[in-house]
Design a protein around this ligand. Structure first.
Ligand code: ADP
Ligand code: ADP
Ligand code: MG
Length: 671
């Protein structure tokens, strides 16, 4: 076994690898960028080497620098994690040339699976079922159009070099094909430096079911069963579980063996995932009717590997290290068993109510449920951040992975919901509440899974107020009273807020919830009785400190709550859900309704990809003006009003901060 390895990654995956290495007595070397100088993964390793600037191309993608760091520290092997260099065949090759072990498959296997089109040709020859489609080398647009017409609409155009949900276009009608092709090729060349595409039949209501495979240098290859990753947004996974609900033993074996055949066709060594798209013509619970088709193979450890660890009891990073050190697979196929059910939720810095736009900021409050880290248990949180850390625009928006396990799916679901309820994050928007809505939705709870679940259920998933507003207001008022008491002690005569013990006195509170004003009137009655009115809801307010939080009763509702105060904002967390109320200072109402005028600003930090206009152009409201990229997603920025472009203030490729002015527009004079 290795004595020392270098981990060429950051964040939770670097911490994840370090945890297993430490358990096995292997020394670890971290690498880090400017932005990550204080990061958790640096602290988690025995040594750390600075490798450059914050942008990935200046640090985590600089493989010569990383090889140098490995040599300088005497590391014998490099673990690439996922993303960054993990699927870079040149890097795998360069490791070998430098006398270092690349903890991953041979460069030849990465190459064979690197392009979706070429890998499909290979899989076709290996007898692995494929989605009907075209994956040839000829990229003549007229030919691609004919192929799409032949396949039949809807079709999906995919960048052959694509990944991470990028470079895909759904085309519903023949007449839309040419434009979609051009746009897909543009994104492909920009993002992957390769504009080759393939065309596939778009499977309706499919499931994404993938198989974890493992090979060793002795020629053994096993599958560690499946993961269902059907719950997606923007073709990116949100919830992953194992085993797949409704899976039959027969289908599991068939898919497992197909995945092993796929891996063996490229002499696979190490951890890999074969992704299948599964058609379910017989509905959700008819495994006998399910058809599975190869989509792609990811030649690395997968983000969602912990659910497989939870149901098999195996540490997949340990398997990776053993195999890379030349040892045989720790177990044979017949020794692997599924025990229980596991679900992973990806907690991301993003705004589900605004098209899942990535968010940045700092984790002013970051509280987790009782859990283990990087170790199989009923509740596990894998992360690479601590309270106070920043989620920067340079890297992925994932904050943490919450993994739960139960004897049954039902138990795992209950644990997941409870664990999400105990996850408190303040300082940036996250998808925690949204995840709770998905997890408790009828469709997910009853395993009616397909990749359109979020889109189809959106009415129920987005328009939910988890905590009734009157209760939220009561909690915010109680918190205010508690804070005042803590500040002034319990002596009522020292209070300066107008309250007097011998008189009934009212106090008005005004909160903002989103854009709605919530007014609360508190009346101090005799013997300390408090009456509260919120809108047309009225009742006694009772509260007391309980643990680190409050217990509040108001108008037939009773709830524990933790409240985190950030400036005017009251971030309220209850077992039912979270709410944010902004306490309005009655004196601070000036300057309302200010307009952005002729400024067009970046809605989030990110990179300017392109401008669709130039100075002098006349634009109309809603017209796309620029494309920005942030955290794996592209966002089109539209004109806020009619006008004339005066100046572009950035160039394509520039990194901009949130709120940066991108384009100056002179608004058209209203007629
Ligand atoms: P998985 O396939 O395990 O679900 P993702 O597809 O989300 O994982 O990708 C895993 C990680 O790899 C991401 O968090 C991201 O950092 C990185 N990644 C994968 N593919 C790409 C890509 N094409 N462009 C940028 N990052 C990518
Ligand atoms: P990536 O490399 O970005 O992960 P994939 O080829 O794995 O690309 O596809 C990503 C997702 O897109 C899948 O998980 C699935 O939801 C959807 N998808 C891919 N191919 C098809 C298809 N032929 N029909 C329907 N949905 C598809
Ligand atoms: Mg994929």
């Amino acid at each position: 076994m290795f004595k020392k390895i270098l981990i060429a990654n950051r964040g939770e995956i670097a911490c994840r690898v370090a945890a297993t290495a430490q358990r096995l007595g292997i020394q670890t070397v971290a690498v880090y960028s400017d932005a990550d100088a204080q990061a958790q993964h640096v602290a988690a390793c025995d040594e750390a080497i600075h490798i450059g600037g914050s942008a990935p191309k200046d640090s985590y993608l600089r493989w010569e620098r990383i090889l140098q760091a490995a040599q300088q520290t005497g590391a014998q092997a490099i673990h690439p994690g996922y993303g960054f260099l993990s699927e870079n065949e040149d890097f795998a090759q360069a490791c070998q040339a430098a006398g270092l072990v690349f903890i991953g498959p041979p460069a030849s296997a990465i190459r064979a699976m690197g392009l979706k089109a070429e890998s499909k040709q290979l899989m076709e020859r290996a007898g692995v079922p494929l989605v009907p489609g075209y994956h040839g080398a000829d990229q003549d647009p007229a030919l691609l159009q004919r192929e799409a017409d032949r396949i039949g609409y809807p079709v999906l155009i995919k960048a052959s070099a694509g990944g991470g949900g990028k470079g895909m276009r759904l085309v519903e009608r023949s007449e839309d094909f040419a434009a979609a092709l051009a746009s897909c090729q543009r994104e492909a060349i920009n993002s992957f430096g390769n504009d080759a595409v393939l065309v596939e039949k778009y499977v309706l209501r499919p499931r994404h079911i993938e198989i974890q495979v493992f090979g060793d240098t002795q020629g053994n290859c096993v599958y560690l069963f499946e993961r269902d990753c059907s719950v997606q947004r923007r073709h990116q996974k949100v919830l992953e579980e194992a085993p797949a609900p409704g899976m039959s033993e027969a289908l599991r074996k068939k898919m497992g063996e197909a995945a092993v055949a796929a891996a063996q066709a490229v002499n696979y060594v190490g951890a890999g995932t074969v992704e299948f798209i599964v058609e379910q013509p017989g509905g959700y619970d008819a495994p006998d009717a399910m058809q599975f088709y190869f989509m792609e193979m990811n030649t690395r450890l997968q983000v969602e590997h912990p659910v497989t660890e939870a149901i098999t009891g195996e540490d997949l990073v340990e398997w990776q290290l053993r195999v890379a050190a030349g040892q045989p697979l720790p177990k044979q196929q017949s020794e692997l068993k599924i025990i229980g059910h596991a679900i992973e939720a990806r907690i991301c810095a993003e705004n589900p109510d605004n098209g899942f736009l990535p968010a940045t900021g700092s984790l002013q409050v970051y509280r987790k449920p009782a859990c283990s880290s990087f170790a199989i248990s009923d509740v596990r949180v894998d992360d690479g951040v601590r309270e106070g850390d920043a989620i920067s625009p340079f890297y992925d928006s994932m904050i943490a992975k919450l993994i739960v396990r139960g004897d049954t799916r039902e138990q795992a679901l209950a644990r997941l919901d409870a664990a999400l309820a105990q996850t408190q994050i303040v300082g940036l928007s996250t998808n925690v509440q949204f995840l709770r809505h998905v997890v408790t939705s009828h469709a997910f709870a009853t395993a009616k899974l397909d990749t359109a679940l979020i889109e189809r259920e959106k009415a129920a998933l987005f328009d939910q107020t988890a905590v009734p507003t009157p209760l939220a207001a009561a909690i915010a008022v109680a918190q205010q009273l508690q804070a005042e008491q803590a500040l002034q002690g319990n002596d009522p005569f020292s209070r300066r807020d107008g309250w007097q013990s011998h008189a009934v006195v009212r106090r008005n509170f005004s909160f903002l919830q989103g854009s709605a004003t919530v007014d609360a009137v508190l009346t101090y009655g005799r013997q300390g009785v408090l009456q509260l009115q919120v809108g047309d809801v009225q009742g006694d307010l009772q509260w007391r400190v309980q643990g680190a939080g409050l217990l509040v009763e108001f108008a037939e509702e009773r709830s524990t709550a933790d409240v985190h105060v950030q400036g005017d904002a009251r971030h309220i967390f209850t077992p039912r859900g979270a709410a944010v109320l902004e306490l309005q200072d009655p004196l601070a109402h000036a300057g309302e309704g200010h307009s952005e005028g002729g400024r067009l600003t970046a809605p989030m930090p990110g990179k300017v990809v392109s401008f669709a206009v130039q100075a002098g152009d006349t634009v109309t409201k809603g017209q796309p003006l620029a494309v920005m990229e942030a955290m794996k997603m592209e966002h089109t920025i539209a004109a806020p009003a009619d006008g004339v472009v005066q100046e572009l203030l950035y160039a394509p490729g520039d990194q901009v901060t949130e709120g940066a002015e991108l384009i100056r527009i002179e608004a058209a004079v209203a007629a």
